[in-house]
Design a protein around this ligand. Structure first.
Ligand code: ADP
Length: 477
């Protein structure tokens, strides 16, 4: 059965379908999904535009009930949805279920936020006049998501968009339509009026581009590559629309001489290799001071030898496959580039054979890398990390900040002085002390600086900045 797109409250088949393939076993077809056309995208935008006046004035209890019901169903079905996620994306079952729970928590959080919409009432600078500051929805929000968090990223964009009274056209990544289809189905059955949320699965260059080109899309929130992010930005400037971008990272993880070695190694292995390194918050630059360098590298090697890389759904798997052939090619190309540049491939980097045909790659660790090498400057988006040796904390901080990106930045240290200084001086949106660079909460702001992000933060109460526009009303008493 082909899973369809949702346009104006109807499930629409479209003329073509595409297959969702399991990266742990390429013989396993997860499902077939309708491929939307540019016309479908335009119909979805028109439906969202028509639904906006009523939804933007809908009662907070109606919105609360729908978001709450969605949260409850996602959480009740966490094992099944987590399994679907791991099957289509390749992260381990524990990670898939964890991400699904997070999506449920996000809907639950924004169900609560509907009940806490607030403004300000101030006296005017002039006598006998009152001033009210309120937040109103922006209009039709275009949501474009990547493949690496198939349920959490759609959740953290759809939930606040609906909570604050916007209508939505949602285009998930083509590689992982299953989780997106499932949450749209849940929201639809939870009672969303027709046209409020529209799903258009299909090609970025067709469906995504139709969204960018439409004057009726009033805001676009995008997570994906730097190149596509730039297209979103340019098209949005053209239409004078609001836009928010989450793009790449080249996140540093600093290890100082005074670090607890066990804590540092656990955090580094998690940062660099969990979720197969396919997280924008993953760390691929391990910046290590001289006094602990050799012990750290040896301990990393030991820890990496013990990692189980296998089918995402198998019990005991710690690292699943790479998402597809083209991402695997990118990873192995960068491993070759690292060697050519003179870094030493200390561990891993080999393609692995397992029981089923899949994109299995042993996590790779380079040593003797410099921060000028391409493997230290460009986002690889796979289980590939390099160790950069530095003299001391000051050099570590300078190297950590010497990057075009600025999403997450980590440090392992037992020094309060260095931890405090790093929190203040790391040029990143998120800083982690004795914790992996990846792994964030659902109720606090998420986002970066420099080349990683543009616009206001996502998640938590800060999401209101993007999904609402402020109105200032003056009344003569
Ligand atoms: P990734 O490397 O994560 O696939 P992309 O930026 O290519 O990064 O994809 C992120 C999202 O952007 C996907 O949903 C993709 O389909 C979409 N996309 C790709 N090209 C365009 C485009 N020209 N316009 C709008 N969206 C696009």
């Amino acid at each position: 059965m082909v899973q369809k797109n949702l346009i104006d409250g109807e499930w629409i088949a479209g003329s073509e379908a595409f297959r969702n393939i399991n990266p742990s076993d390429t013989n396993d077809v997860v499902g077939e999904y309708a491929r939307a056309s540019a016309d479908d995208a335009r119909a979805a935008i028109a439906a969202a535009k028509a639904a906006f006046p009523a939804w933007s004035r809908s009662g907070i209890l109606e919105r609360h009930a729908i978001l709450r019901k969605t949260a409850d169903e996602i959480l009740a079905r966490k094992d099944e949805l987590g399994r679907l996620l791991s099957r289509e994306e390749g992260k381990t079952l524990a990670e898939g279920i964890g991400e699904t729970v997070r999506a449920g928590q996000i809907f639950d959080f924004f169900a609560g936020e509907c009940l806490r919409l607030a403004g300000e009432v101030l006296p005017s600078a002039r006598p006998n006049i009152g001033v009210e500051i309120t937040r109103e929805p922006v209009g039709v929000v275009g949501i474009i998501t990547p493949w690496n968090f198939p349920i959490a990223i759609p959740a953290w964009k759809i939930a606040p968009a609906l909570c604050y009274g916007n209508t939505v056209v949602f285009k998930p990544a083509e590689l992982v339509p299953g989780s997106s289809w499932a949450i749209v189905d849940i929201l639809h059955r939870a009672g969303l009026p027709k046209g409020v949320l529209n799903l258009v699965m299909g090609k970025g260059s067709v469906v995504g581009q139709a969204m960018l080109d439409s004057p009726d899309v009033h805001a676009i929130t995008f997570t994906g590559s730097t190149g596509t992010g730039k297209r979103v930005a340019l098209a949005s400037v053209e239409h004078n629309r609001k836009y928010q971008l989450e793009m790449g990272g080249k996140n540093p993880f600093v290890v100082l001489d005074d670090a607890d070695l066990g804590v540092a190694v656990e955090a580094a292995v998690n940062s660099a290799f969990f979720s197969t390194g396919q997280r924008c918050t993953a760390s691929s630059r391990l910046i290590v001071t001289e006094g602990i360098h050799d012990r750290f590298v040896a301990a990393m090697g030991e820890r990496m030898k013990g990692l189980t890389i296998d089918d995402a759904l198998k019990a005991g798997t710690q690292i699943g496959p790479v998402v597809d052939q083209s991402q695997l090619n990118q990873d192995t190309d960068y491993i070759a580039i690292g060697k050519q540049e003179g870094a030493k491939l200390a561990f891993g980097g080999e393609l692995l054979k397992r029981d089923t045909p899949g994109f299995y790659l042993q996590p790779a660790l380079f040593t003797e890398a410099t921060n000028a090498m391409r493997i230290s400057r460009e986002e690889i988006f796979g289980p590939v990390a390099s160790v950069i040796r530095v003299r001391d904390y000051d050099e570590a901080l300078a190297v950590a900040n010497d990057t075009p990106f600025g999403l997450s930045s980590g440090i392992a240290t037992t020094s309060l002085k260095h931890a405090t200084h790093f929190k203040r001086n790391a040029e990143a949106g998120m800083v982690m002390v004795n914790l992996p660079t990846a792994g964030v909460d659902f109720h606090v702001p998420f986002g970066g600086r420099k080349g990683s992000s543009h616009g206001s933060r996502e998640q938590g109460r800060y999401a209101a900045e993007f999904y609402t526009t402020v109105k200032t009303a003056y009344t003569l008493a």
